[in-house]
Design a protein around this ligand. Sequence first.
Ligand code: ADP
Ligand code: MG
Length: 241
Amino acid sequence: MSLIEITEVRKSFGTTEVLKGINLDVEAGEVIAIIGKSGSGKSTLLRCINGLETITDGSISVAGAQLLDDEVHLKALRLKVGMIFQQFNLFPHLSVGGNVMLSQTVVKKTPKAEAEATARKMLERVGLGHRFDAYPDELSGGQQQRVAIARALAMQPTALLCDEITSALDPELVAEVLAVVRELAAEGMTLLMVTHEMKFARDVCNRVVFMHQGRVHEAGRPEEVFANPQTAELKQFLGVS
Ligand code: ADP
Ligand code: MG
């Protein structure tokens, strides 16, 4: 059994089908890059995996538990699968520490002292242990995104989904965020990343999934996928001919 099992998943918005039968099994500890043109369904797939969208057909299971379309199951699923977005969405009126503590105390009902200890530990892990009392607007974009990563980690997820988490950052801030992700990967975190950072995908990921028009069009080890793309669509996407 794989950690995440995605079987024949379809998703429509109205009459438009944007996921057309996705099959993808993710083993614990795998680091997968999801690449593809804008509109190919990458974000929708991640949003389905953590239950932000309900699927139209097929099935998704995480750690053996099927994603069923009811609130109890969706809530349980969101606890297991963390998600980080392009926009950091930190609460501006809360301190960095307060941001990392919030879902623990509200969603998990973790006692405050324990939530604070976890928040300090996770901020340490992303290199921001010294900024617990700072406010988001005192931090750079890269630091804010690292706080968002700490906030996701504080929920002790079994997998992390990252949707273009460096796309809103100034180029000089991308590396510090990718360094944190690289470290999580090395520590064995299961990661699904939608990314445009091809060098990162090549260096850190053990599988690359190319999506095209709502399907997994091509997938494989990064050295194969990048050096020897098989389909015309992937060749075009990578800019090779
Ligand atoms: P990607 O992340 O690869 O750019 P998305 O998953 O965001 O692609 O979008 C795939 C398709 O689904 C696009 O055509 C987009 O317009 C459509 N789509 C995404 N979310 C919605 C929604 N909430 N309602 C209607 N259409 C949507
Ligand atoms: Mg997207």
